[in-house]
Design a protein around this ligand. Structure first.
Ligand SMILES: Nc1ncnc2c1ncn2[C@@H]1O[C@H](COP(=O)(O)OP(=O)(O)O)[C@@H](O)[C@H]1O
Ligand SMILES: [Mg+2]
Length: 339
């Protein structure tokens, strides 16, 4: 079949998409969507539309005549100027989502967080590797390249970490794949029932942080929110989804917030939830980062995390012409979408 160069039938180009998964909590994208709408309505001019888009609706195409093409349903569409990725680490997988994020980037979209940042953030070893290269404190962590846990040199790891030690999957979230190993017996007994599709990490157990951590949300190089999470049980995990309770501490732990800002910069993340463990030696150590930190629980409400995301979009749209929140905005026609 012969086709010419493919173009979208409409010249319209959205300002921003909130890119979500059908599996997502619908409230999450709705909160952000409304905040961006509010922000856009407060401006003197309409700079574009905001849309919530399910990634399942998108199909990617590449060919020599047209280059990169994107369909929504069966319609060729223009990509937006910005995409806010709201696909949680439990869903976002490099095999499925990286081609989509990269496709959008190659089409000129500013993807927040970028494909590279999402890829690092959703792999617990890859981002710790990057952080350690920048002298950011982490807990000593081992992983392996073998497909079989039985081939792993656990004796070496045990000699360094001792027991108890932490074992976690490289891809877990909400505390679902984190265990405190009391002794070597558990892993050897469970070898045959564990899922070996992705590797595990073995990590130094930071005892002084047992059942307690600090989650800092950074948006556009600014701390939006911090909370201490504490487990209500004897569990090592402080996750709210594992039954933890939250105390909002924004501005009260400047060292933790400073560290979170540095982590966001090193990993080049526009929106990030940084989990920090309390450490007697260094104050705080990075536990992990989240590319799509939750914002729907009541504890987040009224702290303006979504408003910071909206502010980031407008700031990036106007670039150097953007003064600050309530200043007059100079119009810059060169930043309009090219179609
Ligand atoms: N090395 C560790 N030492 C002590 N507690 C830990 C350690 N690693 C994780 N935890 C606890 O387990 C929780 C979940 O671990 P995390 O790596 O953040 O996985 P998830 O992605 O499932 O949230 C952390 O919030 C923290 O409370
Ligand atoms: Mg976590």
């Amino acid at each position: 079949m012969m086709e010419g160069v493919l173009t979208a039938s409409s010249l319209q180009c959205d300002l921003v998409w909130i890119l979500k998964s059908k599996e997502n909590n619908i409230k999450d994208s709705a909160i952000i969507h409304k905040a961006i709408e509010r922000k856009l309505e407060s401006l003197d001019e309409r700079i574009g539309n905001v849309r919530t888009v399910d990634h399942e609706e998108l199909t990617l195409r590449i060919d020599n005549a047209s280059g990169l093409v994107i369909y929504e349903g069966s319609k060729i569409i223009n990509p937006p100027k910005f995409v806010i990725v709201r696909i949680g680490s439990g869903i976002l997988k490099s095999e499925f989502h990286l081609p989509l994020l990269m496709h959008l980037e190659y089409m000129g979209v500013s993807v927040l967080n970028s494909s590279t940042a999402c890829n690092l953030a959703t792999h617990k070893f890859l981002h710790l590797q990057e952080l350690v290269r920048h002298q950011i404190p982490i807990a000593t962590t081992f992983t392996y390249a073998s497909k079989e846990l039985g081939d792993v040199n656990t004796e070496l790891i045990d000699n360094v970490l001792g027991y108890p030690q932490i074992m976690k999957s490289i891809h877990g979230n909400q505390g679902s794949k984190v265990v405190l190993l009391p002794s070597p017996d558990l892993v050897s007994e469970m070898k045959n029932v564990l899922n070996h599709e992705v590797p595990y990490l073995f990590q130094d157990y930071i005892q002084e942080s047992h059942g307690r951590d600090i989650r800092v949300i950074v948006v556009d190089n600014k701390v939006s929110f911090s909370m201490i999470r504490s487990s209500n049980t004897t569990s090592v995990k402080a996750n709210l989804s594992a039954g933890g309770t939250a105390e909002v501490v924004t501005g009260k732990y400047p060292d933790a917030e400073e560290l979170a800002l540095k982590i966001a910069r090193v990993l080049n993340m526009d929106i990030v939830g940084v989990d920090l463990l309390f450490s007697d030696c260094t104050g705080f150590v990075c536990c992990e980062v989240n590319n799509c930190p939750g914002i729907t629980r009541p504890v987040y409400s009224g702290h303006g995390i979504e408003d910071d995301m909206a502010e980031m979009i407008v700031k990036r749209y106007y670039g150097k012409n953007y003064k600050c929140k309530n200043d007059d905005l100079a119009t810059d026609t060169s930043s309009e979408c090219s179609v």
